[in-house]
Design a protein around this ligand. Structure first.
Ligand code: 3EB
Length: 329
């Protein structure tokens, strides 16, 4: 099994699609029978107004749709996408939607025999807005946490890599990759583990690891979670987007070092060998962010997208991934 992370459309590309994401100004969401997340956020890179990224496998795939989740799987990897509107009839619409989404994901993973959640992409409207006496990101964290507990899953330690980003509107949108094999969670020694954040960041801590190594057949995949200008558990350099870029890259370097302490593949991970997605809160900062990151990321490809970061004082966030072959045992 191999996973590819490629541009799309890629006619004649080898293998079968597992799923992907359409970023930016996508005229109308094509009806496909595979999981395609629509990231409703402007692309800030020069050129095209939209971009597709897809995951492929050399193995046969099966697709399905259950409880709002479009999914596709190979023998050992499953990708899914679910979108759920916030039901205004509920007391806490976003919290309830978040809990329901994760309950459905966990039920599907159990039924499909791919229990290990590796990587989750969460997008929600107005992430820093406040309602029901709580910031919406914190409502999301409560719903997610409750679903983890109810599914008797670990809420600290063995948690997936993730990102949670604010978009202008639309439903709660969650895409995920899961597998038959457990992930190896990684933490960043410069940062308090997110699942251990003190209550000042919300009543329930966010359920994600700083990064994860995952093992689709024959490969080692490094998923680096959304990474921002946080040291310990506090935001540093509020108001200074260039300094936040530097601090974020310091965090990425630290995570890559952690990954290399436990990685099994012969080739070490490096910043230059990762592909990155950069979320920029203010579109007007895109030039500064690009100029600042270009040398810091050492020639690695990165895509800039306008997105709201989950703390109001964070201006930029970077997530990254790389796939390495594993030598046959
Ligand atoms: C942080 O370090 C920034 O809630 O799933 C990054 C990655 C962040 C994932 C999540 C949140 C999440 O706390 C925010």
């Amino acid at each position: 099994m191999t996973l590819h992370h490629t541009a799309w459309p890629a006619p004649g590309a080898p293998g079968n699609l597992l799923g992907g994401v359409a970023i930016g100004d996508v005229p109308s969401k094509p009806a496909v029978d595979w999981p395609l997340q629509h990231l409703r956020a402007p692309l800030l890179s020069a050129g095209a107004a939209s971009l597709h990224e897809v995951w492929r496998t050399d193995e046969p795939v099966a697709s399905g749709h259950s409880e709002g989740i479009q999914w596709r799987r190979s023998a050992d990897v499953l990708m899914g996408v679910i979108e759920l509107p916030e039901d205004a009839g509920n007391d806490t619409p976003l919290q309830a939607a978040s809990q329901l989404v994760y309950e459905r994901v966990f039920a599907l993973l159990r039924a499909q025999g791919t229990p290990h959640l590796w990587r989750v992409w969460n997008y929600l409207a107005d992430i820093n807005g406040e309602s029901h006496g709580l910031e919406r990101y914190r409502q999301f964290n409560q719903g997610r946490y409750t679903a983890f507990v109810q599914a008797q899953r670990d809420t600290g330690g063995q948690v997936p890599a993730a990102c949670a980003i604010g978009v202008a509107g639309g439903p709660l949108s969650v895409a995920f990759l899961a597998g038959t094999s457990p992930l190896v969670p990684l933490e960043n020694p410069r940062q308090v583990s997110a699942w251990n954040y003190p209550a000042q960041h919300g009543p329930r801590a966010p359920s994600f690891s700083r990064a994860a190594l995952a093992y689709p057949r024959g490969q080692e995949v490094l998923f680096v979670s959304g990474t921002a200008s946080i040291v310990g558990h506090e935001t540093v350099h509020p108001g200074d987007v260039a300094a936040q870029c530097h601090e974020t890259v310091r965090n990425l370097e630290c995570i890559v070092r952690e990954a290399n302490r436990v990685a099994r593949s012969a080739q070490p991970f490096s910043l230059a060998g990762l592909s990155h997605r950069v979320y920029v809160r203010h579109a007007g900062d895109a030039g500064t962010v690009r100029r600042t990151l270009q040398p810091l990321l050492r020639g690695a490809p990165f895509v800039c997208v306008q997105g709201d970061i989950c703390r109001a004082d964070l201006l930029v966030e970077i997530e990254s991934q790389a796939l390495h072959p594993l030598d046959p045992a």
